[in-house]
Design a protein around this ligand. Structure first.
Ligand code: DAH
Length: 339
């Protein structure tokens, strides 16, 4: 019996060593260790072994099983590793081959400025509200204290669709839509496209604005100046100063224009600031009592400030765009500069 065991071990190891594929090894496993395999066959011969010898022989058969198992597993691992090595060699990537270039587009400078402003205002807690581009005369004008035939309508050349429906001339109707649907405290910005019948180097029939509105108790002009200074520094750099100049808008009282000190010359006077040292960037003011009342907010309890920023103008200043029509000409050479 002992001889049988050692012979079987020898032939098994030889076959395993000369096997060259995992399939052959799997067949060998069945032939040696399977239900009717040679090792199992040995156990069946145990009845012919002297009872006193049986434990010893039993142990030997077990050892044989373990040795064969180990040899099979080692050989399988070895073949797998060889296969992997072969594959890695044959599938090597030639990194010297030139790659296919992907064409990447660029964002319009208007989108860049819009994103920058939205980011900055969000940081101060402003929420976004977007109103419709086709608007009612009542909301675009009347509720904002610009009645029909009011001379202030001359400030905005309007595309009318019917007598009472028009393309919004500014984003200020966003204020009305927010105030009539929400109670204070209000802190919103309304970005969007606006339309005016106007066309030259600094005016386009379609352009973009961001409206801002804050309504709460005890809001003052100081809040307006503080918040806008913060934002304008983000856009034009830390060194700029701001100043408020008296102005007129029917929907604010008092109304102001906000100027920034020229970021090109530092205020000394240059071509960009036309020698004045200051550049006008936006219109703003304290929300007119009449507008609050028109929107159902008690002006004796609440006050607010509002402002309107023209995105084309900010982008023209920031990126030295000489003519507003360049934004809408679809000339790829223009847009490529903003990659
Ligand atoms: N709506 C004005 C325009 O388009 C801009 C503006 C000025 C908006 C003052 C405001 C504001 O909210 O307070 O010319």
């Amino acid at each position: 019996m002992k001889e049988k065991i050692s012979n079987l071990l020898e032939t098994a190891i030889n076959s395993i060593n000369s096997a060259e594929s995992i399939d052959v090894l799997n067949d060998l496993r069945v032939a040696l260790l399977g239900k009717s395999g040679s090792v199992t066959g040995l156990l069946k011969g145990m009845k012919d072994v002297e009872p006193s010898e049986r434990p010893k022989v039993g142990q030997m058969v077990n050892e044989l099983r373990v040795k064969i198992e180990t040899a099979l597993n080692e050989k399988i691992a070895f073949i797998k590793e060889k296969d992997l090595e072969k594959r890695l060699l044959s599938e090597k990537i030639d990194i010297t081959l030139p790659a296919k270039r992907k064409k990447v587009g660029a964002l319009s400078p208007i989108t860049l400025v819009k994103n920058e402003l939205i980011d900055a205002f969000s940081g101060l807690g402003f929420e976004i509200f977007e109103g419709p581009e086709i608007e009612l005369d009542e909301i675009n004008f009347q509720k904002l204290n610009i009645p029909k035939d009011h001379p202030a309508r001359d400030m905005q050349d309007t595309f009318y669709i019917t007598e009472n429906i028009l393309l919004r001339t500014h984003t200020s109707p966003g204020q009305v839509r927010v105030m009539t649907s929400k109670n204070p405290p209000i802190k919103v910005m309304c970005p969007g496209r606006v339309y005016r019948s106007d066309d030259d180097a600094t005016h386009s029939p379609i352009f973009h604005q961001i409206e801002g509105l804050v309504v709460d108790k005890n809001i003052s002009l100081c809040d307006l100046k503080g918040s806008l200074e913060e934002i304008l520094k983000r856009i034009f750099g830390d060194k700029i100063k701001t100043r408020l100049r008296p102005s007129y808008f029917p929907f604010t009282e008092p109304s102001v224009e906000i100027d920034v000190s020229c970021f090109e010359c530092g205020g000394k006077g240059c071509k960009l600031c036309k020698g004045t040292g200051w550049i006008e960037v936006l219109g703003a003011g304290m929300v007119n009592r009449k507008v609050l009342e028109n929107c159902g907010i008690d002006p004796d309890v609440y006050t607010g400030y509002a402002f309107g920023i023209g995105l084309e103008r900010i982008a023209m200043l920031k990126y030295h765009v000489p003519d507003i029509r360049m934004y809408f000409d679809s000339d790829i050479r223009f847009i490529k500069q903003f990659k």
